[in-house]
Ligand binder design. Structure first.
Ligand code: 3PG
Length: 208
């Protein structure tokens, strides 16, 4: 099983990719990777997600490609078969956790309360997504959690933007952040991969 501590340490930002056009998956991932984003999350939110994970994994073997929006045990299985190296979920259920453990694949589950975090800590998880970060209390909430639960490391996602990313990355319990803000829709629609690469280089340069 991949080590989430290592994956979350590879880049300060994990782009959350929603693939609407299957032909764009590899060029988009290549631009992000060239810009310095080594970890890519491809959501299973569209019908092209699984194929995109397989295609990107083949085209960019050194990138770490994970599946996002993993909700069901079936998602866990199909994402793993497609080559996902880790899974991200907006929340967690006992069935989801059990199936990730049975498939021996790293799961980054979403939480936004201390009790949810403690339930997963009891199961041995220390790496969690904090979702939806901005609406669930943002930087102030994560600061409050760091006191009683310093062993946890978070990837805040949801509402992260160029104005607030640095303040999340400054926190001792934040390993990296996730989001879509660097995925410029106009550039992607135009196939302007140089712009995507430049934007990704900007966020890859954020310090922790
Ligand atoms: C999502 O739900 O798509 C992710 O959390 C990304 O959220 P964002 O678009 O606010 O970055």
């Amino acid at each position: 099983m991949e080590c989430l501590d290592r994956i979350m340490g590879l880049s300060p930002v994990i782009p959350v990719m929603v693939i609407d056009d299957p032909d764009q998956a590899v060029p988009l991932a290549t631009a992000l990777y060239r810009g310095g984003l080594k970890v890519l999350e491809v959501t299973l939110r569209t019908e092209y997600g699984l194929q995109a994970i397989a295609d990107i994994g083949q085209a960019l073997p050194d990138a770490v490609v994970g599946a996002g929006t993993v909700i069901t045990p079936d998602d866990v299985k199909t994402a793993r078969q497609a080559g996902a190296r880790f899974l991200v979920s907006p929340g967690c259920t006992p069935r989801l956790l059990a199936s990730a453990q049975a498939e021996d694949i790293a799961l980054l589950p979403g939480v936004n309360t201390p009790s949810e975090a403690m339930l997963l800590l009891e199961q041995g998880l220390r790496h969690l997504k904090f979702f939806p970060a901005e609406t669930a209390g943002g930087v102030a909430m994560l600061k409050s959690i760091a006191g009683p639960l310093p062993q946890l490391r978070f990837c805040p996602t949801g509402g992260i933007n160029p104005q607030n990313a640095a303040s999340y990355l400054d926190l001792p319990n934040v390993a990296c952040v996730g989001g879509t803000w660097m995925l410029d829709k106009r550039a992607i629609a135009a196939g302007d991969w140089d712009t995507v690469e430049r934007l990704s280089r900007e966020v890859a340069g954020l310090s922790r």
